[in-house]
Design a protein around this ligand. Structure first.
Ligand code: HEC
Length: 98
């Protein structure tokens, strides 16, 4: 019974983290800030992955424009359209250098 509550609390936390990008008065504009705002909850503070897979060394897997497309369109369990086009571009630039 106790375990259920923990799982419930964890999913609430996750939901809150994943939707915190909607009405943010001080929305960051730099890649790192945007990552923290919209991606960290699923991909981890150090890109190590969490609910989503790790996203380090993406340059080995994607060209910059493919990465940008992935962010805009989403993939599988990953939601697309989390960021505006300009924001997605700056996260892509930031992430591809990690
Ligand atoms: C709701 C959780 C969630 C959020 C928020 C999220 N992602 Fe993801 N992401 C995922 C999942 C799950 C996958 C795996 C998708 C699949 O099934 O192919 C993924 C895949 C990826 C991949 C491809 C990884 C690979 O090895 O091919 C990249 C890159 C990525 N996400 C970057 C981001 C960035 C940047 C953001 C912020 C704009 C973000 N994600 C936000 C869950 C999330």
């Amino acid at each position: 019974m106790k375990q259920r509550w923990i799982i419930f609390a964890l999913s609430l936390l996750l939901l809150a983290g994943c939707s915190s990008n909607t009405a943010d008065a001080k929305r960051p504009t730099d890649g790192e800030g945007l990552y923290k705002m919209s991606c960290l909850s699923c991909h981890g503070e150090n890109l190590e992955g969490a609910a989503g897979p790790p996203v380090m060394n993406m340059i080995a897997k994607y060209a910059e424009e493919d990465l940008l497309k992935l962010l805009n369109d989403g993939a599988g369990m990953m939601p697309g359209g989390l960021l505006s086009e300009a924001e997605a571009k700056s996260v892509t630039k930031w992430l591809i250098e990690k």
